[in-house]
Write a protein that binds this ligand. Structure first.
Ligand code: FAD
Length: 420
């Protein structure tokens, strides 16, 4: 199934959206905790095991109540409903604490990729594990040699009888230390072309030969991990898609990743609420400073305009992809919009907060804007950099000539590389 395909067209036997909404409203009131200021948040710089454990409990609660994986097929543990049901559910969940740690990448990127490329056994085994809240996933794609040139991966998997032996390193994997499984892209044929010799594997993270370390960022926060693989054994049924067909799987995965920027119908919410909260925080900050300051008002106006534009882009592109009016590559517009919005908002926050944002005083909330500023460039990198999105937009949406590439058509073994 591609992003363009509607997962479950409305069928007469499925519950209509309004009765579903009422049922969901009653169930949420009886079962889910209200969002409180001290509920552990995914975006908090204090993210720790508590957030993860809490997310697993809440995801399990949704599963047991019949509200997990609304658009996933019933045979894989889902509810077999439509994106309209998911949308209604998301609206009803406002104000409740939801297991958003499962959203990215587990529910919105990994699970749909398994649905699209996994074998029947993989789908039955792993999608239900995700929906039940038992298993969190991460993507092992980027390597120390670079993340933009994903097809240039040099982590290798070699066949040894019925198993594969994996060696190499991955980096920038978000919260990998808390995850159970990964999708890992590895080179399996060095005589094939760059894109033709890759295979996607699913792998358990807690196993011999896998070392996972935190990366500490310049703002003192730990969001990312790096992994080192030494003779990791993977069974033959760990291959997702075809052997040496990993580029198709990676491309599908990236389509889901870019599309998730507009709010994935596979996940609990679209992230729109987070943008609203960030803007409300900026307004509160400006009020505390000098509410009449003309420059502050200009900055707030700009932040508001950016959000409104992003909302429109997001609604239009998401609808375009879902209905098939836009190709999957249009997700690059969403990714770019999110990147530019996030980076500019971080700069606006810093400019409003002024010198107090560099104070690093934990009891002063304005110091958060200094942290956000140090993280600002990440908005333009995660899920593929904004420059790469511009390449996709120009080549795949506007039909401009492909970027020149010297390494595309020759055996990867002969491509000059920096890792040797
Ligand atoms: C918040 C966040 C979460 C992430 N989570 C994960 C994760 O879970 N798993 C994972 O595998 N990775 C993850 N990443 C890594 C992310 O995918 C990479 O940062 C991204 O693909 C860019 O790769 P790089 O950082 O190695 O930069 P490079 O690829 O080295 O690029 C450096 C700069 O050069 C530019 N550039 C490179 N090639 C071109 C080109 N052909 N044309 C124009 N400009 C170019 C890039 O745009 C960038 O600005 C995450 C990153 C962030 C910030």
């Amino acid at each position: 199934m591609t992003v363009n395909e509607h997962p479950h067209p409305d069928s007469p036997e499925s519950e209509d959206v309004e009765s579903f909404r009422l049922r969901a409203r009653a169930w949420l009131a009886d079962n889910m905790p209200l969002l409180s200021a001290d509920a552990p948040q995914v975006s908090s710089s204090e993210l720790d095991q508590r957030v993860v454990d809490r997310a697993r409990v809440l995801q399990r609660r949704l599963f047991d109540g019949g509200f997990a994986g609304l658009v996933f097929p019933k045979e894989y543990g889902g509810q077999g409903l439509t994106p309209a049901h998911q949308h209604a559910f998301n609206e009803e969940t406002v104000g409740y604490e939801m297991p958003t740690f499962f959203n990215i990448p587990t529910l919105s990127i990994i699970a749909p990729t398994l649905l699209e490329f996994g074998t029947e056994d993989q789908k039955r085994r792993y999608i239900e594990g995700i929906l039940r809240g038992d298993e969190l996933w991460v993507q092992f794609l980027s390597e120390p040699t670079g993340g933009s040139d994903l097809a240039g991966a040099v982590t290798r998997a070699e066949r040894d009888g019925e198993t594969w032996v994996l060696n190499g390193a991955k980096t920038w994997s978000t919260f990998a230390i808390f995850c159970d499984y990964a999708m890992c892209l590895a080179r399996t044929d060095w005589d094939a072309t760059k894109h033709g010799g890759l295979t996607m594997f699913l792998m358990k993270i807690d196993q011999p030969g896998v070392d996972v370390d935190w990366i500490k960022q310049s703002n003192g926060v730990r969001d990312f991990c790096q992994e080192f693989f030494t003779d990791v054994c993977l069974d033959s049924d760990a291959v997702i898609g075809d052997v040496n067909g990993g580029w198709a799987v990676a491309s599908g995965l990236l389509n889901h990743e870019r599309a998730s920027g507009g709010g994935s119908w596979y996940a609990h919410d679209g992230g729109g609420a987070r943008v609203d909260v960030a803007e409300d925080n900026l307004v509160d900050l400006a009020r505390k400073l000098d509410p009449a300051d003309a420059h502050h008002l200009d900055l707030l106006g700009e932040a508001h305009t950016l959000r409104m534009v992003h909302r429109q882009v997001s609604a239009r592109v998401s609808a375009g992809i879902q209905t098939g009016h836009y190709p999957d590559a249009a997700g690059a517009l969403l990714r770019m919009s999110i990147g530019l919005l996030g980076a500019r908002r971080a700069t606006i926050g810093m400019e409003l907060a002024g010198s107090s944002s560099v104070g690093w005083r934990p009891d002063d909330p304005t110091s958060q804007y200094g942290n956000d500023y140090l993280f600002r460039q990440a908005h333009c990198l995660g899920g593929g950099s904004t420059e790469m999105q511009r390449n996709i937009i120009s080549e795949r949406l506007l039909g401009m000539p492909r970027e020149r590439s010297e390494d595309r058509d020759r055996p990867f073994r002969d491509v000059p590389r920096t890792d040797r």
